[in-house]
Design a protein around this ligand. Sequence first.
Ligand SMILES: Cc1cc2nc3c(=O)[nH]c(=O)nc-3n(C[C@H](O)[C@H](O)[C@H](O)COP(=O)(O)OP(=O)(O)OC[C@H]3O[C@@H](n4cnc5c(N)ncnc54)[C@H](O)[C@@H]3O)c2cc1C
Length: 320
Amino acid sequence: MVETLVLIEHDRRQVKRPSLHAITLAQQLGGEYALLVLGHGLDEIAASLVSYGAAAVIVADDPALAEPLADRYATVIAEVARKRGTKTLLGTSSTFSKDVLPRAAALLDAPMVTDVLAIEEMDGSIAYRRPINAGSMLATVKVEGDRRVLTARATAFEAPAANVAVCPTERFLFDAASLPNGVQFISREQRASERPDLTESRVVVSGGRPLRDPETFERLVGGLADALGGAVGATRAAVDAGMAPNDYQIGQTGKVVAPELYIALGISGAIQHLAGIKDSRIIVAINKDPDAPIFQIATYGLVGDLHQIVPQLIESIRRG
Ligand SMILES: Cc1cc2nc3c(=O)[nH]c(=O)nc-3n(C[C@H](O)[C@H](O)[C@H](O)COP(=O)(O)OP(=O)(O)OC[C@H]3O[C@@H](n4cnc5c(N)ncnc54)[C@H](O)[C@@H]3O)c2cc1C
């Protein structure tokens, strides 16, 4: 029996680092935990997971799981959880887990708590702290029953240290022919990018509505990010206006980031955007309106026109 099962995400080449942070929550929950990885051709990925203090790395490797189709993944995840007597099924807060884990929770008939920031003991059982109302308030919740599904905010938990002890890798055998096939994979479109992943980067440069068009956005936001070796993000206004792709969006309905340095270019600081950036260590805002709400949470603020300031900034960083 494994008390906690941690779902590990990967991009076929390597593990996605935010999913490792969920291991830290598994450690805080106590008891034995195992790591679960699904896909096809997983030998290297599984090998990279053996020293995180887990009881085992459980691998569901099959051509039927080559693409992350949520109905198939959820079926296998629920089967592993049932067979291992898992009490807590745990993943990181991500687009992938939003797709897969609620289905697994339904199959397990288990309550789900998303975006866990911390746990605390309350009346002899565990309570979970999570943000509500776009992060403007925190709720502490408890769940009924023996089994639960959680997602952890990666930014709220440190990455676990790898240790020297190596755990076994176990192959999970299942009947691939009996998996749901209502959804068929057709194609994948992926942007090749040299830039670091938005949720993992130590520096994030984001742009808002005044960036006008994709070319200006790329030149100024992309240019400053490249000069600093950082990732590029955007507000929903910039994404909706077609200046930046969807997966750049940061905030309540986008990604949550907590870099060392977050630079906001022409971003007003709406609560829905702040929900995705407020754990950043240093926030620098450039905005022409001295009363813009972003300045209330910025560590450093520069009042002025970004179209004049940013090219000078890029130039002086490049000159060293
Ligand atoms: C349910 C819901 C969910 C949402 N989820 C998200 C989300 O996940 N992420 C998100 O970002 N938003 C989200 N929003 C939208 C959010 O409310 C704001 O509308 C959005 O964040 C505003 O984007 P912005 O700051 O780019 O634009 P604006 O609010 O228009 O701000 C533009 C800023 O640029 C400044 N500016 C203008 N010209 C210049 C210049 N030349 N130089 C310097 N500064 C300049 C202005 O002073 C202003 O402060 C959501 C809204 C709702 C209702």
